[in-house]
Design a protein around this ligand. Structure first.
Ligand SMILES: C[S@@+](CC[C@H](N)C(=O)[O-])C[C@H]1O[C@@H](n2cnc3c(N)ncnc32)[C@H](O)[C@@H]1O
Length: 311
């Protein structure tokens, strides 16, 4: 049925969903292919296949997606992490100094900072999202991958949840500073409050200190184009994660205008972009006074990340 409806991966989708509905691994499913199933089990399988036929992705139905070799739990407020975003993680790992501190803006499942922290055990991160529901999942994912102690989550509008940085710039390891005594690392616990969308939200204490690296995969699709996306994306990925405003650049304007305020001298910003946004986003960074602005391509040869240096 999925095949007849034009789903390219119909056979695989059906196997994954059937295995999930029946609680069987791929191997068990293959071994028990000819076993009879009772009415309840058949109904569970039919329900999941029905959801797939409406365009919902297998990952969203199962509630799980792999990213950078790690499994990430999804919920209705989180974007499904995409493979092209792995380039941002590769570049972040290259740019973050030993003992470095990362800020991720628009964290969703937390996939970017969690992948970085899982691969750089002396790093720490702050991750922001406007959605409290997304942050719940990011917290669960951080604990699942053993990095919860090093990831502070904040609810709010881009830099708004961080409040003012302190006047001095704390040194980090390797530059003559004592990171252990650095006051910037607040104890890890959920720091968002209130309800979805920021209403009643509060951040009990300011994030103090500056960052070595700011990363973001913000919403960057133009509002008009969001309506034309494949149903799998348009109808199931959260609008807050997709819509970058009338020209798709609204989040980049905020990020480029305010990032320097939160970066140590010598720090970097890395942002994911839509493949036609390289020139526009680069211009925003240059306008904001950044140096070494460059567009980087993904494995498909498409412009995917803009990097900029704060000197
Ligand atoms: C494209 S998704 C990226 C999610 C995740 N970082 C990833 O790469 O899969 C953008 C994220 O930005 C969040 N977001 C949208 N507007 C925001 C805002 N004004 N302030 C903070 N986060 C925002 C969305 O909730 C969403 O989680």
């Amino acid at each position: 049925m999925l095949g007849r409806l034009g789903f390219e991966s119909a056979a695989l989708d059906a196997k994954l969903l059937t295995g999930h509905a029946l609680g069987l691994s791929a191997l068990d499913l293959a071994l028990r292919e000819n076993d009879p199933v009772d009415g309840h089990a058949a109904a569970r399988v039919a329900e999941l296949l029905q959801r797939r036929m409406t365009g919902e992705s297998v990952a969203r139905i199962i509630g799980e997606r792999e990213f950078y070799g790690l499994g990430f739990t999804l919920n209705a407020a989180t974007l499904e992490p995409r493979p092209e975003t792995e380039l941002l993680v590769d570049m972040a790992l290259g740019a973050l100094p030993a003992g470095g501190r990362l800020l991720d803006l628009g964290t969703g499942t937390g996939c970017i900072p969690i992948a970085v922290l899982a691969n750089q055990p002396d790093a720490s991160a702050v991750a922001v999202d406007l959605s409290a529901l997304a942050l719940e999942t990011a917290q669960a994912n951080a604990e699942r991958h053993g990095v919860g102690e090093r990831l502070e989550l904040r609810q709010g509008d881009w830099f708004g949840s961080l409040e003012d940085p302190p006047p001095s710039i704390p040194p980090h390891k390797g530059e003559g500073g004592e990171r252990a005594g650095n006051p910037q690392l607040a104890p890890p616990s959920p720091r968002w409050g209130g309800t979805e969308g920021g209403v009643e939200s509060h951040t009990p204490e300011a994030v103090s200190g500056l960052f070595d690296l700011i990363v973001s995969n913000p919403p960057y699709i133009t509002s008009a184009v969001v309506e034309t996306l494949a149903p799998e994306v348009r109808d199931f990925d959260p609008r807050l994660a997709l819509d970058g405003g009338p020209d798709g650049l609204a989040p980049y304007r905020v990020i480029t205008a305010q990032a320097a305020h939160w970066l140590r001298p010598g720090g970097w910003v890395l942002v994911e972009i839509g493949h036609e946004q390289g020139a526009d986003v680069s211009a925003l960074f240059l306008e904001a006074g950044f140096e070494d602005v460059a567009v980087h391509r993904d494995l498909n040869g498409l412009d995917r990340v803009v990097g900029a240096h704060h000197l």
